[in-house]
Design a binder for this molecule. Structure first.
Ligand SMILES: Cc1ncc(COP(=O)(O)O)c(C=O)c1O
Length: 489
């Protein structure tokens, strides 16, 4: 079989990177060098690097060139795993199964985030002003037009029953390969966003009163789901390196009859942290040992600025116990409500639950996304939006430095568009949230991401929507004044 030249070239690089031919911080040959030395066109060299970047083998650094990427570094360094330790008595005493009660807070805050008369720094909506998003809407119009035309030809309007539109599932199985996930279209169920995927996964793997582990802080939609379905929840604090503290996970599994764990291992909402590959393996091992389901939410992974995030848990799951959930809500738009679920051994059950709760999803939205993916628009779109978010993070940091007081903790995100910001103890996030609301500035208070009273000194900011415009700068300035007042009190 003949292979594209850029792919053979990429294979050559992968072999060299695997063999450790380039050290961690060593610059790789430039496009011009490759083109001259290997007698290929510059276009071929560019496509080769794009491919290597998409697959995590190289990392493009602005104005500096190409360097070994995540996958290459994994081969080079045997990075330190979170090895097993006995957790402290204090840490153990702080966790126990509880029913959550955050409903009223959640609804109020999420509803008010939808208001259009405020500076939107709170809600986790992506920036949608990209040509790729516009193109998707054009394709959607086309799909609606096709259905309208068909009305005149004795058209029968069928339900688009689960697992969902075949065209879309075929494209999703290709898309998932980029996340190192090999699954056939038949193993994918299209869902009403990732929220519905997580909800189906939870219903399929546990029942009322069952114990489920989550990491803390945790996306509030998951907390709301656990509350609505009356599960008992053990909130496991996140480790400083990202992901749930695995010593506490192990202790909880020893102590209680846990049914499932819900995790967002890559670019967590709200902390932005990602679990190391070694810890992912340890979590899989623990799940295998204790026979529990893992519900994996991978919704932000494609926004890793290096172009390729660590492989999901599902990619190293040999026992089909990971239910993988994702959607286009963070990468393209949340409005179309399109997500997917690869449910492994719970596939039939999830499909049935989807059928009895939804009958199916609209056909035209699924087909439009199918056509969009088929046209190969995703990777270019991702490249553009990652760059935009990285730039906006810099602008946001500059505004923080200019207008906010010292003593505020914030880790620079490696992807996505969320910042998890910690204030000194005097500064209460709920008070700040309410004061900011009065000034028509929307932020998200930390307590939304855990059970009562947790994260009281944290807020989450969406820097993806931040712009270097007077109204945004004024909002940052005003927030700075409110924070100063709180810190002085
Ligand atoms: C981590 C996480 N999971 C799931 C969702 C819900 O996504 P969707 O809009 O696809 O239902 C969100 C939305 O903010 C999220 O941040």
């Amino acid at each position: 079989m003949t292979k594209f030249r850029y792919l053979s070239l990429a294979d050559q690089f992968i072999r060299q990177l695997r063999e450790g031919r380039y050290s961690a911080d060593e610059k790789l040959p430039s496009i011009r060098q490759i083109s001259q030395d290997l007698n290929v066109s510059k276009g071929t060299a560019i496509r080769c690097y794009e491919y290597l970047e998409d697959h995590g083998w190289v990392e493009a650094r602005e104005k500096s060139g190409f360097f070994p990427g995540r996958k290459a570094l994994e081969q080079l360094t045997a990075s330190s795993a979170q090895h097993a330790h006995q957790p402290s008595a204090e840490a153990l005493a702080a966790i126990s199964p509880k029913r959550l009660d955050n409903k009223s807070l959640g609804l109020e805050i999420v509803r008010s985030a939808g208001r259009t008369d405020q500076i939107p720094l709170g809600t986790a909506n992506p920036c949608v002003s990209f040509p790729g998003v516009k193109r998707l809407y054009q394709l959607l119009k086309k799909e609606v037009g096709k259905e309208e035309l068909a009305l005149t030809d004795g058209f029968i309007s069928h339900y688009q029953t689960p697992p969902g539109a075949e065209k879309l599932r075929k494209q999703l199985s290709q898309l998932l390969l980029k996340r190192d996930l090999h699954c056939t279209p038949d193993q994918i169920i299209t869902t009403n966003g990732a929220q519905a995927a997580v909800s189906l996964a939870l219903q399929a793997t546990s029942q009322e009163g069952d114990i489920v582990l989550i990491e803390s802080p945790c996306f509030y939609g998951i907390l709301q789901c656990l509350e609505a379905f009356d599960r008992k929840v053990v909130e496991i604090p996140q480790a400083t390196s990202g992901g749930p503290n695995l010593d506490l996970v192990a202790a909880a599994l020893d102590k209680w009859p846990v049914k499932a764990i819900i995790v967002q291992p890559t670019l967590n909402n709200p902390t932005g942290k990602s679990m190391s590959q070694e810890n992912r393996q340890r979590l899989i091992d623990l799940a295998n040992q204790h026979d529990i389901a893992i519900i994996e939410d991978d919704i932000f992974a494609d926004l890793d600025y290096r172009g390729s995030a660590p492989s999901p848990l599902k990619a190293i799951d040999t026992q089909d116990r990971v239910l993988y959930c994702s959607s286009i809500s963070k990468t393209v738009t949340p409005k179309l409500r399109l997500g997917w679920l690869v449910a492994g051994r719970w596939h039939e059950r999830c499909q049935h639950l989807q059928f009895v709760s939804k009958m199916g999803l609209p056909a035209h939205t699924q087909n439009a996304l199918g056509s969009w993916l088929e046209a190969g628009l995703m990777q270019r779109h991702l490249r553009l939006i990652r760059r935009r978010y990285q730039q906006r993070q810099q602008l946001f940091q500059q505004a923080m430095q200019a207008y906010w007081p010292e003593g505020i903790e914030y880790e620079v995100a490696e992807g996505g568009f969320l910042a998890w910001i910690k204030f000194p103890k005097q500064c209460d996030a709920m008070t700040l949230y309410q004061q900011a609301q009065q000034e028509k500035i929307n932020i998200t208070p930390g307590p939304l991401f855990g059970s009562a009273k947790a994260n009281r000194h944290f807020i989450r900011i969406n820097f993806g929507l931040y712009q270097d415009q007077p109204e945004y700068r004024q909002a940052m300035q005003r927030l700075g004044e409110l924070i100063r007042q709180a810190m002085a009190s």
